[in-house]
Ligand binder design. Sequence first.
Ligand code: HEM
Length: 260
Amino acid sequence: MRARREVVARLQARVDAERARLAAAGGGGRRRAAGGMLAAMVAARDPETGQGLTDQQLTDNLLGLLVAGHDTTASTLSVVMFYLDQHPEALAALREEQAAVVAAHGPALTPAAMDAMVWATAVVREAWRLRPVVPISGRQALKDVRVGEYVLPAGQPAWVALAHIQRNDPRWRDAAGNYDAAAFNPARWLTPEGQPQGAQLVFGAGKRGCIGAALATAELRTFLAVLARSYAFELDKASLSWAEAPFPVARADCASFSTL
Ligand code: HEM
Protein backbone atom coordinates (compact mmCIF):
# COMPACT_ATOMS: atom_id res chain seq x y z
CA MET A 1 0.00 0.00 0.00
CA ARG A 2 2.90 2.36 0.77
CA ALA A 3 4.33 1.73 -2.68
CA ARG A 4 0.95 2.50 -4.22
CA ARG A 5 0.69 5.74 -2.25
CA GLU A 6 4.15 6.77 -3.45
CA VAL A 7 3.32 6.02 -7.07
CA VAL A 8 0.00 7.89 -6.81
CA ALA A 9 1.78 10.90 -5.27
CA ARG A 10 4.20 11.00 -8.20
CA LEU A 11 1.35 10.70 -10.67
CA GLN A 12 -0.52 13.48 -8.89
CA ALA A 13 2.55 15.72 -9.28
CA ARG A 14 2.46 15.05 -13.03
CA VAL A 15 -1.25 15.84 -13.12
CA ASP A 16 -0.67 19.12 -11.23
CA ALA A 17 2.12 20.09 -13.63
CA GLU A 18 -0.04 19.28 -16.63
CA ARG A 19 -2.98 21.27 -15.26
CA ALA A 20 -0.63 24.24 -14.70
CA ARG A 21 0.82 23.97 -18.23
CA LEU A 22 -2.63 23.71 -19.75
CA ALA A 23 -3.84 26.75 -17.81
CA ALA A 24 -0.74 28.73 -18.88
CA ALA A 25 -1.42 27.77 -22.51
CA GLY A 26 -5.02 28.99 -22.20
CA GLY A 27 -6.45 25.46 -22.22
CA GLY A 28 -6.23 25.26 -26.01
CA GLY A 29 -6.37 22.18 -28.21
CA ARG A 30 -2.81 22.72 -29.52
CA ARG A 31 -1.35 22.04 -26.10
CA ARG A 32 -3.47 18.93 -25.85
CA ALA A 33 -2.28 17.58 -29.20
CA ALA A 34 1.36 18.13 -28.29
CA GLY A 35 1.19 16.71 -24.79
CA GLY A 36 0.31 13.05 -25.20
CA MET A 37 -2.14 10.97 -23.21
CA LEU A 38 -1.96 12.89 -19.92
CA ALA A 39 -2.51 16.25 -21.61
CA ALA A 40 -5.45 14.79 -23.56
CA MET A 41 -7.05 13.47 -20.38
CA VAL A 42 -6.51 16.72 -18.43
CA ALA A 43 -8.00 18.74 -21.28
CA ALA A 44 -10.95 16.38 -21.88
CA ARG A 45 -14.44 17.71 -21.12
CA ASP A 46 -17.75 15.87 -21.04
CA PRO A 47 -19.54 17.27 -24.10
CA GLU A 48 -22.86 17.39 -22.22
CA THR A 49 -21.86 18.68 -18.78
CA GLY A 50 -18.56 20.43 -19.54
CA GLN A 51 -17.04 18.57 -16.56
CA GLY A 52 -13.38 17.51 -16.66
CA LEU A 53 -11.86 14.46 -14.96
CA THR A 54 -11.15 14.72 -11.23
CA ASP A 55 -7.64 14.24 -9.81
CA GLN A 56 -8.70 10.83 -8.53
CA GLN A 57 -9.97 9.78 -11.96
CA LEU A 58 -6.79 11.05 -13.63
CA THR A 59 -4.40 9.26 -11.28
CA ASP A 60 -6.53 6.08 -11.49
CA ASN A 61 -6.34 6.22 -15.29
CA LEU A 62 -2.59 6.83 -15.21
CA LEU A 63 -2.08 3.94 -12.83
CA GLY A 64 -4.15 1.74 -15.14
CA LEU A 65 -2.07 2.76 -18.14
CA LEU A 66 1.15 2.24 -16.24
CA VAL A 67 0.26 -1.30 -15.26
CA ALA A 68 -1.93 -2.32 -18.21
CA GLY A 69 0.23 -0.59 -20.80
CA HIS A 70 3.79 -0.92 -19.57
CA ASP A 71 4.17 -4.02 -17.45
CA THR A 72 2.25 -6.23 -19.89
CA THR A 73 4.51 -5.43 -22.83
CA ALA A 74 7.70 -5.59 -20.74
CA SER A 75 6.71 -8.99 -19.34
CA THR A 76 5.91 -10.24 -22.83
CA LEU A 77 9.41 -9.29 -23.91
CA SER A 78 10.92 -11.35 -21.09
CA VAL A 79 8.85 -14.36 -22.09
CA VAL A 80 9.66 -13.96 -25.80
CA MET A 81 13.38 -13.76 -25.02
CA PHE A 82 13.13 -16.88 -22.90
CA TYR A 83 11.63 -18.83 -25.80
CA LEU A 84 14.12 -17.42 -28.32
CA ASP A 85 16.96 -18.54 -26.07
CA GLN A 86 15.45 -22.03 -25.88
CA HIS A 87 14.74 -22.18 -29.64
CA PRO A 88 17.77 -20.95 -31.59
CA GLU A 89 16.08 -21.98 -34.86
CA ALA A 90 13.31 -19.48 -34.15
CA LEU A 91 15.89 -16.77 -33.40
CA ALA A 92 17.79 -17.62 -36.61
CA ALA A 93 14.54 -17.30 -38.60
CA LEU A 94 13.91 -13.96 -36.90
CA ARG A 95 17.34 -12.67 -37.95
CA GLU A 96 16.75 -13.93 -41.51
CA GLU A 97 13.40 -12.19 -41.65
CA GLN A 98 14.91 -8.92 -40.48
CA ALA A 99 17.64 -9.14 -43.12
CA ALA A 100 14.93 -9.60 -45.77
CA VAL A 101 12.86 -6.74 -44.32
CA VAL A 102 15.85 -4.37 -44.40
CA ALA A 103 16.69 -5.48 -47.96
CA ALA A 104 13.13 -4.81 -49.11
CA HIS A 105 12.22 -1.72 -47.06
CA GLY A 106 15.44 -0.21 -45.78
CA PRO A 107 16.34 0.12 -42.10
CA ALA A 108 13.43 2.40 -41.10
CA LEU A 109 10.58 0.80 -39.17
CA THR A 110 7.88 1.98 -41.56
CA PRO A 111 4.33 0.56 -41.49
CA ALA A 112 5.19 -1.56 -44.56
CA ALA A 113 8.32 -2.92 -42.85
CA MET A 114 6.28 -3.72 -39.74
CA ASP A 115 3.65 -5.54 -41.81
CA ALA A 116 6.40 -7.65 -43.36
CA MET A 117 7.50 -8.93 -39.92
CA VAL A 118 5.32 -12.00 -40.15
CA TRP A 119 7.66 -14.35 -38.29
CA ALA A 120 8.33 -11.82 -35.51
CA THR A 121 4.59 -11.52 -34.98
CA ALA A 122 4.18 -15.30 -34.97
CA VAL A 123 6.93 -15.61 -32.33
CA VAL A 124 5.18 -13.09 -30.09
CA ARG A 125 1.80 -14.75 -30.55
CA GLU A 126 3.23 -18.14 -29.69
CA ALA A 127 4.86 -16.79 -26.54
CA TRP A 128 1.53 -15.21 -25.58
CA ARG A 129 -0.29 -18.47 -26.24
CA LEU A 130 1.92 -20.44 -23.89
CA ARG A 131 2.45 -17.79 -21.20
CA PRO A 132 -0.01 -14.95 -21.56
CA VAL A 133 0.76 -12.05 -19.26
CA VAL A 134 -2.93 -11.50 -18.56
CA PRO A 135 -4.21 -15.02 -17.89
CA ILE A 136 -7.76 -14.16 -16.83
CA SER A 137 -10.39 -11.53 -17.41
CA GLY A 138 -13.49 -10.75 -15.35
CA ARG A 139 -17.08 -10.33 -16.47
CA GLN A 140 -20.46 -10.06 -14.77
CA ALA A 141 -23.64 -11.40 -16.33
CA LEU A 142 -26.17 -8.61 -16.93
CA LYS A 143 -28.89 -11.18 -17.61
CA ASP A 144 -29.13 -14.97 -17.45
CA VAL A 145 -26.61 -16.38 -19.92
CA ARG A 146 -26.23 -19.94 -21.11
CA VAL A 147 -22.62 -21.07 -21.63
CA GLY A 148 -22.70 -24.61 -22.99
CA GLU A 149 -24.44 -26.71 -20.36
CA TYR A 150 -24.17 -24.04 -17.65
CA VAL A 151 -26.37 -21.03 -16.90
CA LEU A 152 -24.86 -17.91 -15.35
CA PRO A 153 -27.65 -16.09 -13.52
CA ALA A 154 -27.94 -12.32 -13.86
CA GLY A 155 -25.46 -10.60 -11.55
CA GLN A 156 -23.09 -13.58 -11.40
CA PRO A 157 -19.40 -12.58 -11.65
CA ALA A 158 -17.24 -14.92 -13.73
CA TRP A 159 -13.61 -15.30 -14.63
CA VAL A 160 -12.75 -16.12 -18.22
CA ALA A 161 -9.62 -18.29 -18.18
CA LEU A 162 -7.87 -16.79 -21.22
CA ALA A 163 -4.70 -18.80 -20.58
CA HIS A 164 -6.47 -22.15 -20.48
CA ILE A 165 -8.59 -21.41 -23.52
CA GLN A 166 -5.46 -20.62 -25.50
CA ARG A 167 -3.45 -23.59 -24.32
CA ASN A 168 -6.23 -26.11 -24.84
CA ASP A 169 -7.43 -24.83 -28.18
CA PRO A 170 -8.56 -27.81 -30.32
CA ARG A 171 -7.18 -26.12 -33.46
CA TRP A 172 -3.73 -27.35 -32.54
CA ARG A 173 -4.56 -31.05 -32.95
CA ASP A 174 -2.82 -32.48 -36.02
CA ALA A 175 -4.31 -34.75 -38.70
CA ALA A 176 -3.33 -37.84 -36.69
CA GLY A 177 -5.14 -36.46 -33.65
CA ASN A 178 -1.93 -35.62 -31.79
CA TYR A 179 -2.13 -32.61 -29.61
CA ASP A 180 1.00 -30.47 -29.65
CA ALA A 181 -0.43 -27.49 -27.75
CA ALA A 182 2.43 -27.54 -25.21
CA ALA A 183 5.12 -27.11 -27.88
CA PHE A 184 6.60 -23.73 -28.79
CA ASN A 185 5.81 -23.61 -32.49
CA PRO A 186 5.37 -20.09 -33.95
CA ALA A 187 4.66 -21.62 -37.38
CA ARG A 188 1.18 -22.58 -36.19
CA TRP A 189 0.23 -18.90 -36.55
CA LEU A 190 1.15 -19.02 -40.24
CA THR A 191 -1.38 -21.79 -40.96
CA PRO A 192 -4.98 -21.06 -42.02
CA GLU A 193 -6.09 -21.88 -38.45
CA GLY A 194 -3.91 -19.11 -37.08
CA GLN A 195 -5.17 -16.41 -39.43
CA PRO A 196 -8.70 -15.32 -38.48
CA GLN A 197 -9.19 -12.14 -36.47
CA GLY A 198 -9.81 -13.13 -32.90
CA ALA A 199 -7.84 -16.35 -33.36
CA GLN A 200 -6.12 -15.47 -30.11
CA LEU A 201 -7.71 -14.19 -26.91
CA VAL A 202 -4.63 -12.55 -25.45
CA PHE A 203 -6.18 -9.06 -25.48
CA GLY A 204 -9.61 -10.20 -24.32
CA ALA A 205 -12.57 -9.35 -26.51
CA GLY A 206 -15.63 -7.18 -26.91
CA LYS A 207 -16.33 -3.70 -25.59
CA ARG A 208 -13.93 -4.12 -22.66
CA GLY A 209 -11.19 -5.62 -24.82
CA CYS A 210 -7.68 -4.16 -24.53
CA ILE A 211 -7.40 -0.63 -25.94
CA GLY A 212 -3.62 -1.01 -26.33
CA ALA A 213 -3.46 -4.08 -28.56
CA ALA A 214 -2.17 -2.28 -31.66
CA LEU A 215 0.35 -0.26 -29.66
CA ALA A 216 1.63 -3.32 -27.80
CA THR A 217 2.01 -5.28 -31.04
CA ALA A 218 3.90 -2.42 -32.68
CA GLU A 219 6.17 -2.03 -29.65
CA LEU A 220 6.95 -5.75 -29.64
CA ARG A 221 7.71 -5.87 -33.36
CA THR A 222 9.98 -2.84 -32.94
CA PHE A 223 11.84 -4.46 -30.08
CA LEU A 224 12.29 -7.74 -31.94
CA ALA A 225 13.53 -5.91 -35.03
CA VAL A 226 16.19 -4.08 -33.01
CA LEU A 227 17.10 -7.23 -31.09
CA ALA A 228 17.43 -9.44 -34.17
CA ARG A 229 19.33 -6.87 -36.21
CA SER A 230 21.87 -5.76 -33.64
CA TYR A 231 22.13 -7.88 -30.52
CA ALA A 232 23.29 -11.22 -29.26
CA PHE A 233 21.82 -12.16 -25.91
CA GLU A 234 21.81 -15.05 -23.52
CA LEU A 235 19.71 -15.87 -20.51
CA ASP A 236 21.34 -16.07 -17.13
CA LYS A 237 20.07 -19.59 -16.53
CA ALA A 238 21.32 -19.69 -12.96
CA SER A 239 18.84 -16.98 -11.96
CA LEU A 240 16.00 -18.15 -14.19
CA SER A 241 12.81 -18.90 -12.31
CA TRP A 242 9.22 -19.20 -13.40
CA ALA A 243 6.52 -18.22 -10.97
CA GLU A 244 3.54 -20.44 -11.72
CA ALA A 245 0.46 -19.12 -9.97
CA PRO A 246 -2.79 -21.14 -10.00
CA PHE A 247 -3.30 -19.39 -13.31
CA PRO A 248 -0.03 -19.35 -15.23
CA VAL A 249 1.57 -15.95 -14.72
CA ALA A 250 5.18 -16.11 -15.68
CA ARG A 251 8.17 -14.04 -16.43
CA ALA A 252 11.82 -14.66 -17.13
CA ASP A 253 13.69 -11.81 -15.46
CA CYS A 254 17.17 -12.57 -16.55
CA ALA A 255 18.76 -11.57 -19.80
CA SER A 256 22.13 -10.14 -20.61
CA PHE A 257 22.88 -8.28 -23.83
CA SER A 258 25.88 -7.63 -25.99
CA THR A 259 26.01 -5.95 -29.37
CA LEU A 260 26.69 -8.21 -32.39
C1 HEM B 1 1.27 -7.42 -24.21
C2 HEM B 1 0.52 -6.36 -24.06
C3 HEM B 1 -0.89 -6.37 -23.52
C4 HEM B 1 -1.71 -7.41 -23.17
C5 HEM B 1 -1.42 -8.90 -23.23
C6 HEM B 1 -2.96 -6.84 -22.72
C7 HEM B 1 -4.05 -7.58 -22.31
C8 HEM B 1 -5.24 -7.03 -21.86
C9 HEM B 1 -6.40 -7.78 -21.47
C10 HEM B 1 -6.53 -9.32 -21.50
C11 HEM B 1 -7.35 -6.91 -21.07
C12 HEM B 1 -8.76 -7.27 -20.57
C13 HEM B 1 -9.66 -7.35 -21.80
C14 HEM B 1 -11.01 -7.98 -21.56
O1 HEM B 1 -11.42 -8.14 -20.40
O2 HEM B 1 -11.70 -8.34 -22.55
C15 HEM B 1 -6.79 -5.59 -21.21
C16 HEM B 1 -7.45 -4.42 -20.90
C17 HEM B 1 -6.89 -3.17 -20.99
N1 HEM B 1 -5.68 -2.85 -21.54
FE1 HEM B 1 -4.30 -4.14 -22.27
N2 HEM B 1 -2.86 -5.49 -22.79
C18 HEM B 1 -1.62 -5.15 -23.27
C19 HEM B 1 -1.13 -3.88 -23.53
C20 HEM B 1 -1.79 -2.71 -23.26
C21 HEM B 1 -1.32 -1.37 -23.58
C22 HEM B 1 0.00 -1.08 -24.32
C23 HEM B 1 -2.25 -0.49 -23.10
C24 HEM B 1 -2.30 1.00 -23.14
C25 HEM B 1 -1.40 1.78 -23.66
C26 HEM B 1 -3.31 -1.28 -22.49
C27 HEM B 1 -4.41 -0.75 -21.89
C28 HEM B 1 -5.50 -1.50 -21.43
C29 HEM B 1 -6.66 -0.90 -20.77
C30 HEM B 1 -6.86 0.58 -20.43
C31 HEM B 1 -7.54 -1.95 -20.51
C32 HEM B 1 -8.91 -1.87 -19.84
C33 HEM B 1 -9.96 -1.69 -20.91
C34 HEM B 1 -11.36 -1.60 -20.31
O3 HEM B 1 -11.57 -2.11 -19.20
O4 HEM B 1 -12.25 -1.07 -20.98
N3 HEM B 1 -3.00 -2.60 -22.63
N4 HEM B 1 -5.51 -5.69 -21.70
